[in-house]
Write a protein that binds this ligand. Structure first.
Ligand code: SF4
Ligand code: SF4
Length: 140
């Protein structure tokens, strides 16, 4: 994002504004963010669903993580869930659908959970990477 100074009072401000309009990058960045948003899970974080989950999962966190992984399947997004105990991982979802019945956005939460598990299975775990690095360092 960039700032455009509406009242230019010196040469420096004028140069900054001209530079902004010379480059199409800011517009491209906005377009790529809005493209990504079209694909995101429409969770508002209202948490109406969470009290109804028999597994006590942090559903909004999972919905947002899945959204971000759709946009950028990278380790640092997946890492957010890595330290959760096994019983709070998205893989602990039993697909009962109790959450989805409470969701005002009608999100197919069990479906998104399954998608999230699938996406996470394709991303290396940070803990595994650290172990491999440690091993390599010991060998060297
Ligand atoms: S479908 Fe999964 S996330 Fe939803 S209430 Fe059941 S266990 Fe919890
Ligand atoms: S009820 Fe729906 S919109 Fe609200 S936090 Fe749960 S998944 Fe998100």
């Amino acid at each position: 994002m960039t700032m455009i100074l509406s009242g230019m009072s010196d040469m420096r401000q004028m140069r900054e504004n001209v530079k902004t309009f010379e480059s199409r990058r800011p517009l491209n960045a906005i377009l790529s963010v809005t493209e990504g948003m079209k694909d995101s899970v429409p969770c508002t974080g209202c948490r109406y669903c969470t009290d109804h989950c028999p597994m006590g999962l942090d559903i909004p966190l999972m919905m947002n993580t899945c959204s971000e992984l759709r946009f950028a399947p990278v380790i640092n997004v997946a890492m957010r869930l890595e330290n959760l105990p096994a019983e709070k991982q998205p893989s602990a979802c039993i697909g009962c659908g109790a959450c989805a019945r409470m969701c005002p956005r009608r999100i197919d939460i069990p479906g998104v959970m399954a998608e999230l598990n699938e996406r996470l299975s394709k991303i290396p775990k940070w803990a595994d990477i650290c172990r491999q690095r440690e091993k390599a360092a010991k060998k060297a």
